[in-house]
Write a new protein. Structure first.
Length: 191
């Protein structure tokens, strides 16, 4: 695998219009987000043209794409949008099934969090995810074990679930995950 991670920031209407003209990238995003995962779930249930037009609703907001390519093939992506001055919302996150289990999703999420929280100065990130997909966020916030060592929760960002927004469909349970900036009380350490 020859993986290349890249980021596209769409911050104004000209950049947005240029993005919509990139049919090849849009089609790769469409096929990635349309691919069913191991449980048969797909993020997109529309035609390509509906998917393309769906991005129109974000033309007046900041949009950030975090992409990973294997050669010329898109194998993973995160799409996020600015909800308000302090909040970014991750609307889509996917890694092609045959590439899963290689830490591609974890690395993409780390890059997205780092850029959104540090470079663009968002104070919190929100996303809606299947309940089973929470482990990556718990790991990044120090809520769970790394390898065999338990990491004490004292990170820079607080991880929380919003049980009021839990939604169930016929295959999965969805929860709203929120990462919010906090001041650590003590220096991070592995115990």
């Amino acid at each position: 695998m020859d993986l290349k991670y890249t980021q596209i920031d769409i911050l104004n209407k000209k950049q947005f219009n240029d993005f919509l003209k990139n049919e090849e990238l849009l089609f790769q995003l469409y096929t990635l987000y349309s691919e069913k995962d191991r449980s048969g779930f797909s993020l997109v249930h529309k035609s390509f043209e509906e998917f393309r037009l769906g991005y129109q609703e974000y033309k007046n907001t900041h949009t950030h794409l975090f992409l990973v390519f294997d050669g010329k093939d898109l194998v993973g992506a995160i799409t996020s949008h600015r909800e308000d001055r302090n909040t970014a919302y991750i609307s889509r996150f996917a890694v092609r099934t045959k590439y899963q289990g290689n830490d591609i999703g974890r690395i993409l999420m780390i890059k997205a969090y780092g850029s959104l929280l540090k470079k663009f100065k968002y104070k919190q990130i929100e996303m809606t995810a299947r309940a089973g997909a929470q482990i990556i966020n718990k790991l990044l916030c120090g809520v769970t074990k790394i390898g065999l060592k338990k990491r004490q929760f004292n990170g820079e960002y607080r991880y929380s679930l919003n049980p009021k927004t839990t939604v169930k469909d016929n295959k999965s349970e969805y929860v709203t995950i929120k990462l919010k900036k906090q001041t650590p009380k003590i220096k991070p350490k592995v115990i």
